[in-house]
Design a protein around this ligand. Structure first.
Ligand code: NAP
Length: 262
């Protein structure tokens, strides 16, 4: 089996990485970062996000299965702890590997007739720290509301426990085919009104975001920042692209939410 290991905090994680490499070598795993079957990440959910974007950019995301090893507690994309390396290697070598898949969000960035696609595992946000951001929001090309405020967050089901949760959004079960739009500090007055509640939108519908002014606006794609200056519209929906993780056990999601937040 071909594998690769990613870690972005070398000091804290190098011992775990060395340990894992030795254990994998004893089981005939071959190091192949260009074309791996399994990618191990050592670190938190942020490390998983960075590694996923690496393989997305390399164009082989759908061929890879991820295994997350968290340094502190179990994260949302990480199923194993450093003290479980023997169990994990045993698990991977003594049974048929099953996987589960999480759906990405896709954003079509439109600049006149030119378009480019971007994908996020957690969320896209549009933020303006200095000006009141104006956004016209359409759902399936029908006008829904005019937003004035700091911005909005559009999150995937698995991203619902990340930035979306801090904004008062709902926690969504990961396999549901929906995505969520959450407001960031909307202005609500006699002059301006938004719905005010998070919206849960079915996968087959698209939201379109338009603004006459993107000055000092930031568009984020997970931990990345995208250039927005030339855009005429941003169209976001749930993608049919997915990221695959090795399945350890089922039924862990609500326990994870409980252990993480309560
Ligand atoms: P990071 O520092 O490793 O991650 C930021 C925090 O978000 C960590 O505590 C991480 O949990 C947690 N996290 C990431 N994905 C999550 C998920 N799906 N469910 C629950 N928690 C999750 O790395 P980063 O590069 O800044 O990460 C980017 C992410 O940070 C963005 O995608 C966004 O969701 C999040 N963020 C949150 C806020 C906020 O809540 N106010 C603001 C900006 C960005 P671990 O401890 O497991 O790594």
């Amino acid at each position: 089996m071909k594998f690769s290991i990613y870690t972005y905090d070398s000091e804290k994680t190098s011992n775990v990485k060395n340990d894992l490499e030795q254990k994998l070598a004893l089981k005939d795993f071959v190091h192949n970062p260009e074309n791996p079957d399994i990618v191990f990440t050592i670190g938190g959910d942020g490390t998983v996000l960075k590694t996923i974007h690496h393989y997305m950019d390399a164009g082989i995301l759908s061929d890879v299965k991820f295994v997350g090893i968290h340094m502190g507690h179990l994260g949302y994309y990480t199923d194993w702890l450093p003290e479980e390396l023997d169990d994990m290697v045993n698990f991977l070598t003594t049974r048929e590997i099953e996987s589960y898949s999480y759906t990405l969000l896709e954003a079509k960035l439109c600049a006149g007739s030119k378009t480019r696609m971007r994908y996020a595992l957690n969320e896209f946000t549009i933020l303006n720290a200095t000006r009141t951001q104006h956004l016209d929001i359409k759902i399936n090309e029908q006008f829904f509301e005019s937003f004035r405020g700091t911005g909005i967050c559009v999150s995937s089901p698995t991203g619902s426990t990340a930035y979306n949760k801090s904004l008062g959004g709902a926690v969504v079960y990961p396999s549901l085919p929906v995505y969520q739009l959450t407001e960031i500090a909307s202005i609500n007055s006699n002059a301006y009104r938004t719905l005010g509640s998070p919206l849960i939108i079915p996968a087959e519908q698209t939201i379109t975001l338009e603004s006459e002014n993107w000055d000092s606006t930031t568009l984020t794609q997970d931990y990345l920042q995208l250039d927005i200056s030339e855009l005429t519209a941003i169209k976001i929906t749930l993608s049919d692209k997915q990221v695959h993780f090795v399945k350890r056990k089922s039924g862990l999601f609500w326990n994870r939410v409980k252990n993480h937040f309560l």
